[in-house]
Design a protein around this ligand. Structure first.
Ligand code: NAD
Length: 342
């Protein structure tokens, strides 16, 4: 058995995929989550510790009790639109919460930290492609909270000699339907979620902004499959365990899809046509955001296996119609936590 890894927010969408992959790779995994947006059934029952990241003493107790040497810190609030309505909550959970995780990690002698940041820290990118040293102008309280948290991670880890990797995730998509996990956020603003909604109820999909300076005028994003992202965290752990240097790195594929191109692929993969209408751009939405992946390629032996956008959409669609998700929707799965996702 490899070292014990604590995943804060590990019962959420991305965290549950990381937890599963790390368990399969032989790590002992502790999922620390308050289930505010995550699901207990999405992780192995014996790995779940119910707790809030703002509770520093309990975090320290759990890290010490499980001899945690690595923390992957994902727990956060992450809805851009909501962050305009509740900026203080975003500051408390995302910034103070990160401070609490760092305080606990230092007290419990954790040696490595991987932090989930977001491409939202960049704001509007002049040419669409962003490098880790590009200008940082978050357009939302959410993006600002992630940037503040990044700075806390760097300061604290450098000061205490803790190895760290900060990932700036781009748009995460897909799921792992055969393992019974995937996106479970009914309030998601994600384009995929909106496409699925329109496909189901025939509603017209609103496209925000159609005269951006992009190829077809609609916003361009870099989509990354959640399973490839999870595998990247495995690479980061190996990197740190080998004594590799701390770094901040974009987590995307380095290529962009416009909203219209995404919708066309959605219709091709699912066979369902959806109607759309153009609306004014939304606050906090950059025109184009695509990862420069030079640093990622240089430092990690990461070979994405699910990068085709058809695969990402297909897996999301399959998850959407899976028995596990239907059970969650009907509430049944909340009582019947499974022993281990397979
Ligand atoms: N999904 C994306 O496209 C995306 C993009 C960029 C960055 N991120 C970042 O990735 C991380 C995970 O995102 P996700 O999409 O899996 O979201 P999610 O909401 O599915 O997962 C977040 C998890 O954190 C838990 N949590 C929230 N507050 C907590 C608290 N105070 N104490 C303990 N647990 C708490 C939730 O219950 C949930 O399980 C977040 O930090 C998010 O900012 C996500």
């Amino acid at each position: 058995m490899k070292a014990t890894v604590m995943i804060t927010g590990g019962a959420g969408y991305i965290g549950s995929h990381i937890a599963l992959l790390l368990r399969r790779s032989g790590y002992s995994v502790v999922v620390f989550d308050n289930l505010s947006s995550g699901n207990g059934w999405a992780v192995a029952k014996d790995s779940l510790v119910l707790g809030d990241i703002l509770d520093t003493p309990f975090l320290v107790e759990m890290m010490k009790a499980h001899q945690v040497k690595t923390v992957i810190h994902l727990a956060a609030k992450s809805n851009v639109m909501e962050s305009f309505l509740q900026p203080d909550d975003y500051f408390v959970i995302n910034v103070q919460g990160t401070r609490s995780v760092l305080d606990a990690a230092v007290a419990a002698d954790v040696r490595q930290i991987v932090f989930s940041s977001s491409a939202a820290v960049y704001g509007d990118a002049v040419c669409g492609m962003v490098r880790e040293d590009s200008a940082l102008h978050p357009l939302s309280p959410y993006g600002q909270s992630k940037l503040d948290a990044e700075r806390l991670v760097v300061d604290r880890c450098v000061g205490c000699g803790i190895g760290h990797v900060i990932f700036r995730y781009f748009n995460v998509l897909g799921g792992y339907p055969s393992a019974g996990i995937g996106q479970c956020n009914l309030a998601s603003n994600h384009l995929m979620h909106k496409c699925i909604q329109s496909a189901h109820d025939g509603s017209t999909l609103s496209i925000y902004g159609h005269d951006y300076a992009t190829e077809d005028g609609t916003a361009v994003r870099d989509y990354i499959h959640v399973r490839d992202l999870a595998a990247l965290h495995g690479c980061a752990l190996r990197h740190l365990e080998r004594g590799g240097g701390s770094m901040l790195v974009n987590a995307g594929y380095g290529r962009g899809y416009s909203v219209l191109a995404f919708m066309r692929t959605f219709q091709m993969v699912t066979g369902v046509a959806i109607c759309h209408r153009f609306c004014p751009p939304r606050q906090g939405d950059p025109a184009a955001l695509v990862a420069d992946v030079g640093r990622l390629r240089e430092n990690f032996d990461w070979i994405p296996e699910h990068a085709a956008v058809e695969k990402m959409i297909g897996d999301s669609w399959e998850w959407e119609h899976s028995a596990a998700r239907q059970a969650w929707i009907s509430g049944a799965s909340q009582e019947s936590a499974r022993e281990t996702p397979n």
